[in-house]
Design a binder for this molecule. Sequence first.
Ligand SMILES: C[S@@+](CC[C@H](N)C(=O)[O-])C[C@H]1O[C@@H](n2cnc3c(N)ncnc32)[C@H](O)[C@@H]1O
Length: 460
Amino acid sequence: MANFFKAVAKPKVSNAPLTARIEKLDINGVGIARLNKKPLFIFGALPGEVVTAKIIEQKSKYARAKVITINQKSDYRVTPECQHFGLCGGCDLQMLALSEQLVFKQQKITELFSRSFSANNLAAKIEQADLPWQVPIKSEPWHYRRKARIGVQFDKNGQAIIGFRQKSTNQLAAIKSCPVLVEPLNTIFPILKKLLAQLTVKAAIGHIEVIQADVNQLANEQFASKVVLVVRQLKAMNKPDNQLWQQFAKQYAWHVIIDDGNKQTPIENAESKLSYSLSDGNKIYFASSDFIQINHQVNNAMINQALNWLSVDETDKVLDLFCGLGNFSLALAKNAKLVVGVEGVQVMVDKATHNAQVNGLTHCQFHQADLNGDWLATAWATEQAFDKVLLDPARAGAEQAVKQIAKLKIPTVLYVSCDPATLARDSAILVAQGYKIKKISLMDMFSQTKHVETMVLFTL
Ligand SMILES: C[S@@+](CC[C@H](N)C(=O)[O-])C[C@H]1O[C@@H](n2cnc3c(N)ncnc32)[C@H](O)[C@@H]1O
């Protein structure tokens, strides 16, 4: 008999409200309950709560539901501070008390380590008590963010919508103020809206990057902490619109930079330099397109903790992998015999070199390399026997880099991570090669969000 394709009927989504008790948060901070033994994900519901919810998606292995009412509230539920909570795609943990946000983040890291170590047949399972947790690094829980990309869209009537992406769509949530941005970036939205309404060519703007930075205007030798706006122009800006930006820049003391996709030009046509200062006095110059750590307070505390955990002294030769502009390298170089910084982007290598020079640090050098490639035989890796290595990779982690660190047998490794899943994977590699986890701490770089940064110290 011939075989005919027969479509499998999709499970029907019941409209009937159901009652569910939330067991825990998943690693994305979404409440998990059980529905006929299947996980039921309910956004916004907290552990211990009993909610009435409506199914919005039914799959064979899981279902998703939306809260209708909370019948039994968690003691840790707080009123979200932001008026855009629920619509805006950012800051999705602000209904949870700050202390519990940290508990959730620590549990998330523990769980990821446990999974990764079990998968690698390392110590059967790592429970919380087995990870040597240290006090978390924290900052002010609001007004901590010094850089953000604001999306710009226009509706069919030509009205500007400015803000951040809504949860799981490409549509923008129209934002009036954002309480995680540093002042005065948090209140810039209505001013930008007023400006955009007056533009003669509206569809020419892609997005606007806002940054709080020290601005050094070279022509008039003026130096001030300013709001920097980088306007991504998709078409050349005409004269009236240019004048409008100049007028607003003057009125609000902004430093406006036009980015045409190839080059960035300050609107005043005067050359300028952006920088931030660290608590040790080092000054880091950067371009608006460069990576900088978002939370200035956590960044300072993180650098201090790195120096402390590594106990760097004048006999140490230290390797700083994924060094960017030298954010860690310069602080290390103040204390070490030699620092070798390595980074993938050549212009950042050049800036790190420049930053070392202007800060008067001579015993550090910077090199370009793809650290996900094979770099073991390069001159910078073989000319020295390094005592210590700090690595601070992007979210993809440093799978290849940690394997090579282990081959070099560098005795002390400090891993700064912005993604706990890749950190757990890479930690298992180091532990399998004989490294021990000596200290671990979370760094609350992004309060009110599910994102977490971690520092781990390994020794051989
Ligand atoms: C999280 S940032 C850290 C930068 C710096 N440590 C800091 O604190 O500002 C990661 C850096 O790794 C660099 N990077 C990403 N992938 C890389 C690769 N495959 N090889 C070398 N560098 C890479 C990025 O350009 C970026 O500067």
